[in-house]
Write a protein that binds this ligand. Structure first.
Ligand code: ZN
Length: 151
């Protein structure tokens, strides 16, 4: 039994909406606690978080492939799942049907995912779970200029 099995039901459960996706992006890249010891909280209606104390703001999608995309994050996450389960050999035509988006949009999403996951699945651990793959995508284009998550 494959431990990394993950389908549309799991996706809907873990990522029911854009808020859940954005929380995941934030947690993959930033600490909840600000360096001033305040806590980051979501700014309602915006793709941003703000520190409760020093008021500094973080836009977690900046520098990721989701940045400046009008496509909802749930669709991006769905596309990554389709890519994950197709083991990399997904066509833009297929994605266009799955996501009910235009061919141009599907093509753009797919080319960006391919860009940040070169050699997938060949060069990746085959026990990689879907959430791990999403984390890889999120961190891929994230340069060293930003505050890193301290583990
Ligand atoms: Zn702060």
């Amino acid at each position: 039994m494959k431990s990394s099995r993950y389908g549309i039901s799991s996706l809907r459960k873990q990522f029911p909406d854009d808020d859940a996706c954005l929380e995941f992006v934030f947690n993959a890249l930033y600490d909840r606690r600000c360096s001033c010891s305040g806590m980051f909280r979501r700014i309602p209606g915006r793709r941003q978080f703000q520190c409760s104390k020093c008021r500094s703001q973080v836009a977690p999608t900046t520098g990721t492939i989701f940045h400046k995309s009008g496509t909802p994050l749930v669709l991006w996450f769905h596309a990554i799942l389709a890519f994950f389960n197709a083991k990399g050999t997904l066509s833009a035509k297929q994605l266009e049907r799955d996501l009910e988006v235009t061919y141009k949009c599907a093509w753009r999403i797919l080319s960006l995912i391919r860009k940040v996951l070169p050699g997938f699945p060949r060069l990746y651990d085959h026990n990689l779970s879907y959430p791990d793959l999403v984390t890889t995508v999120i961190k891929a284009r994230h340069g060293g200029t930003r505050r890193r998550k301290v583990s």
